[in-house]
Ligand binder design. Sequence first.
Ligand code: ADP
Ligand code: MG
Length: 350
Amino acid sequence: NYGLPLSSPPAPNKNRQEGKQRISVCVRKRPLTRAQSRRGEADVVTTSGGECVTVHESKEAVDLTQYILQHRFYFDQVFGEESSNEEVYQGTAYPLVQHMLNGGKATCFAYGQTGAGKTHTMLGSSAGEPGLYTLAVRDIFAHLSTSHTLAPLLVYVTFFEIYCGQLYDLLDHRKRLFAREDGQKVVHIAGLRDVRVDSVSSLLQIQLRSPNQQIRGRMWFVDLAGSERASDTKDPDKQSRMEGAEINQSLLVLKECIRSLDQEQSHTPFRQSKLTQVLKDSFVGDSMTCMIANISPGNLATEHTLNTLRYADRVKELRGQGGLRGGRRSKTMPSPKHNLFNSSAGSSVV
Ligand code: ADP
Ligand code: MG
């Protein structure tokens, strides 16, 4: 025994156990890419106060004049385009790493439209900015090397993907895998390769194990499929429709599973999607969850950006006590600055 209990006793208000937030919902806006700037796309997303994000949506009134609607959202944390991966890490994944090092379970999701910055956030960029996995592994090794109680623990990683409801091992030539529940209702992925690592690399699940292979802490990094593909019903291709349906179902069930994590419901619909089945353990007991909604600032992405923020907003609202500190609710209102896009339609604002 390394003095690391796998779960702590239940507290009355689970979401604020020992002052730490069990479910946090954050937003990260990326900068305009060079390609977007070249196309002359406008930046229609503003962030303020570390908790507020506003989308300025350009609309056309019946008389064809333009006006702006402001959609304002509040989250636990909002990271602007100037934020580095290190800053995002400190505010989102770092508390989860601490929890894991104390023997707990943690899951960090990146969610958003394709191109919104999920991979940049989770994996990092080739240009040398390490992502959240890498920073987490860095901290885990740092703790193992300095702590007497943690020193005997070993670090294992697994890396796989879910595609159209099927599992593929990314460490073993995309070999097809199968998830099964044992007699204790624990989900296992049969044949999934795990690899002991001694250095930093791109990972999806990190496990801390004792020398006799008992799990002493676990953390998932989940890069959710592009949310816009879930709603793309215009695509005639059957494969894309299947993908879309799977993503849609995963997002729906994920929301329900997060709800039950907050409210300790007796029935959690884990089995209704492969994603939540595999992550089952993340929605029970002392687990901590962080969702990072990645958004693009460009005006051409406005609709997808709003969809991403609305989904994140609903996840936030699932938490007991009205979601957010101070109970600030998201809202939509006409812009006080009607000339933001050279519009003169002040009187036609609806
Ligand atoms: P996704 O994984 O959501 O599809 P990516 O992470 O691949 O999106 O990001 C799309 C592009 O934007 C990439 O070229 C990436 O390097 C760039 N990018 C994303 N986020 C940032 C950021 N915070 N700062 C600078 N560049 C970013
Ligand atoms: Mg990606």
